[in-house]
Design a protein around this ligand. Structure first.
Ligand code: MN
Length: 333
């Protein structure tokens, strides 16, 4: 029996209309989604409290705000660790304050100089000084040995020092990539003025409202630094199935009925797209968002790989000098 006969002419008209209406509705939904009018909120997974501080070398008194060893890696990836050295006054000294020669393999270290100046040197040939507002993005890849110190001129004068170091994982295919060093100064970052100029959003990596940050990354991510002078709102919009972490370096933020207090981090679930924050006056935060790297993680100290065998190999290679050495003559200051 032909369908035509089975349905009959009036039913056919009704069906055609119904199909048209459904398609129209579908297009409307697609339009609203594109315009972000119907984006779903990202659900808060957890707020984590601050941890006790510890010294890294003799220059960085840090609080580990998150680490894949203590927090739920599923919601952190591709970010694996973040240390914050909160503002601290250092007396003038001729001593070199910081951490001497040590190796890394399989990930990236991203250092933010917030107050003060940091010197860096690595066996991949990367090195330099970053001042307040600058960021060093070191891809350890197959392996480097590096050192991180307060700069000589900063130490001699003394003053308030504040920094953040973030560790970003590399996907298995890039773990043994050639080391790379990106040094970026304050002026290199596009920054947006929001809330009638009261909020500054600085784009380190990724994109916000059509502007892109300069940092090159191995997987898609957004890293923003936000400074806020008086109360206001911050609207964030990210792809579904990405991980998001709000790092509250200073002041508080409100998220619906929850407060993210100074020193805390808020971790979100992967579903949904939007986050609306109400910022307190005088706050400073980092927004980290990225496509997760859902691969096994084997980590030991300064090495982050996929298997235990790769960790053993990293230790052997470091001991055999295959990650290079720092040459003393290279120190100019
Ligand atoms: Mn290091």
């Amino acid at each position: 029996m032909a369908i035509k006969n089975f349905i009959g002419p009036s039913r056919r008209k009704f069906l055609a209309r119904a199909i048209k209406a459904t398609l129209g509705f579908g297009l409307l939904i697609a339009f609203l989604k594109r315009k972000d009018l119907m984006a779903e909120s990202k659900k808060l997974y957890k707020i984590y409290s601050p941890r006790e501080k510890h010294w890294v070398g003799d220059g960085f008194y840090v609080s580990t705000m998150f680490s894949m060893h203590d927090n739920e890696n599923h919601y952190l990836s591709p970010f694996i660790l973040l240390d914050h050295a909160a503002p601290m006054e250092f007396a003038p000294t001729d001593k070199k304050l910081g951490v001497g020669e040590h190796p890394h393999r399989g990930f990236e270290t991203v250092t933010f100089a917030i107050q003060g100046k940091i010197d860096h040197r690595d066996s991949g040939g990367g090195g330099g000084t970053i001042s307040s507002g600058g960021v060093q993005w070191m891809t350890a890849g197959s392996g480097v040995v590096h050192e991180e110190f307060h700069s000589k001129d900063f130490s001699q004068k003394g003053g308030v020092f504040e920094m953040v170091q973030l560790w970003v994982n590399l996907p298995a295919k890039d773990k043994m990539t050639t080391p790379r060093y990106q040094s970026m100064n304050k002026e290199d970052f596009p920054s947006l003025k929001l809330n009638e100029g009261k909020t500054e959003l600085k784009i380190i990596a990724g994109e916000y409202h059509g502007k892109s940050g300069p940092a090159l990354t191995h997987t898609p991510m957004n890293i923003f630094e936000v400074f806020h002078k008086s109360e206001g709102r911050l609207d964030l919009n990210f792809n579904e199935q990405t991980n998001t972490i709000i790092v509250q370096l200073k002041g508080n933020s409100k998220l619906a009925d929850k407060t993210i207090k100074e020193g805390e981090i808020a971790v979100f679930e992967r579903d949904g797209e939007q986050i609306q924050l109400n910022l307190d006056s005088d706050s400073h935060l980092l927004v980290l968002n990225g496509e997760p790297i859902d691969e096994p993680v084997a980590a030991y100290g300064p090495f982050v790989m996929n298997t235990r065998d790769e960790i053993r190999q990293a230790i052997d290679d470091f001991n055999a000098g295959k990650m290079g050495r720092l040459v003393e003559e290279a120190i100019k200051n």
